[in-house]
Design a protein around this ligand. Structure first.
Ligand SMILES: [Zn+2]
Ligand SMILES: [Zn+2]
Ligand SMILES: [Zn+2]
Length: 254
């Protein structure tokens, strides 16, 4: 299994429009962060996207992603779903509907924000995304690969962390319920939301993320969904052993 970080930024991305801070002006490519998404490539070629944010087109071009078998959504916020129209390139030539897995609230968000896709009166024009929405009520199996939903809290909203084998992805997280901890045992890699240094109502701060990572105790931890308050090199130099900020384009072989 190969995991590629397609985007590791918060909803604004880094650099942020109109910002002149040191991170936004940094020439270090690790400080360029697109909106959060992940590409999971199984050894048999099965290709799964986690979320489809507004940068999906650019991310697919950068990583030459030509085939996607399914998209698994963590939740329905704009920075995680606004790229859905780009999926026309994955379904058109192959003639299948894109399997979109998510919890009920996420699928409702998609139906509302992409109402034109589901409206029979919409003229075909340049083509419409072909989406097949499937509610994720428990583990799902995609081409023989099990994806385990891990309930986490994003402020007041329950959303899904996701586990693929010994890898887990907990983006947009401000609390991990005790009941979810058994789903996070024996991980080689965990990815945890770490928005910034200061506390935030719906995301872990960096110190909260480090504390959560210690509880989970995976062999390696990467942080994601960072805003411009966390410059890559300086922040990494201060993190405990085995914990690092992820960056766009980072690929893990597991
Ligand atoms: Zn900035
Ligand atoms: Zn969110
Ligand atoms: Zn987000």
């Amino acid at each position: 299994m190969n995991i590629t970080f397609l985007g590791t930024g918060t909803s604004h991305g880094v650099p942020m429009i109109g910002c002149d801070c040191l991170t936004c002006r940094s020439s270090d490519p690790h400080d360029k962060r697109l909106r959060p998404s992940l590409h999971v490539q199984m050894d048999d070629g099965t290709s799964i996207l986690v979320d489809a944010g507004p940068d999906l087109r650019q991310q697919a071009l950068a990583h030459d992603i030509r085939r996607v078998d399914a998209i698994v959504f963590t939740h329905g916020h704009a920075d995680h779903i606004l790229g859905l129209d780009e999926t026309r390139r994955f379904t058109g030539p192959q003639g299948h509907s894109m399997l979109c897995y998510g919890d009920a609230a996420t699928l409702a968000d998609i139906k509302r924000m992409f109402a034109y896709v589901f409206d029979p009166a919409t003229p075909r024009g340049g083509g419409l995304p072909a989406l097949r929405l499937i509610e994720m009520k428990g583990d799902v199996v995609i081409n023989g690969h099990t994806v385990v939903p891990v309930p986490i809290m994003h402020g007041e909203r329950p959303i899904l962390g996701l586990r693929f084998n010994s890898f887990a992805y907990l983006t947009d997280c401000s609390q991990i319920p005790d009941e979810s901890m058994p789903l996070l045992h024996n991980l080689d890699v965990v990815v945890v939301d770490a928005l910034r240094i200061r506390p935030h109502p719906t995301h872990f701060s960096l110190s909260e993320a480090v504390e959560a990572a210690r509880r989970i105790a995976a062999k390696r931890t990467f942080f994601t969904h960072m805003c411009h308050d966390l410059p890559h090199a300086d922040t990494n130099a201060r993190l405990p052993q085995g914990m690092q900020l992820a960056y766009d384009g980072l690929t893990l072989e597991l």
